[in-house]
Design a protein around this ligand. Sequence first.
Ligand SMILES: [Zn+2]
Length: 267
Amino acid sequence: MKKLQTGLFALLIAALLFQSCSLVPLTGRRQLSLVSDADMLSTSFVQYGQFMKENKLSTNTAQTNMVKQVGRRIQNAVTTYFAKNNMSQDLNGFAWEFNLIENKEVNAWCMPGGKVVVYSGILPVTQNETGLAVVMGHEIAHAVAKHSNERMSQALVTQLGGQVLAEALQQKPQQTQQIWMSLFGVGVQLGAVLPYNRLQESEADHLGLIFMAMAGYDPNASIEFWQRMSQNAGTKPPEFLSTHPTDENRIQKIKSEIPEAMKYYKK
Ligand SMILES: [Zn+2]
């Protein structure tokens, strides 16, 4: 009887998990998704608005224009790619924005719904427009693959006992905001940062290469970018490396995916 009960319980959990899973656009991987797209987007737009109020836009016009130009080109590539694959509905509610802020930290992120922020501190590592396209393509790939939804779901389960997002925001606004910011390496202690996992990194690399190639940037540049970023690690690893942990296998995997991306590359 006890065995039967345990079996039934396991079955119930499996059914629940299956129900609260969704498919990653493009790769078809099943992901944990306890948060609705609508909740993710509204939270994102509020947190992003708050962040922009508290931070200073760069006054460097040339660099700001470069960020906006790379962003728009990748946005067009993503929109085209999703339309061709009959997945335009996955971009519903996106309100793209590309901003460069004045901040020495080495970081960049794309919050759900296409809110991209590049920190001026990452520009010495990206070096040029193509290097910037590596970072922005990668970040946008995380957003369109809905990785933050998956990470938020995991954080809600482990840190707030499976509370739903809307409820958590009402009852524990500070903790919820902290979890949110730790997804992007924003203003939290390094130990509190929630890194992307290996699978998510690998998906973002793969899709990012395709998007940058479609936008007219040579995907080969990604290898040198990740090498430069790893050399940057030092004693205090940059925020970007904390949220995007890397290892030697990664660069090998990227190398093996470049021929596929080159099929999309048009100068
Ligand atoms: Zn990443």
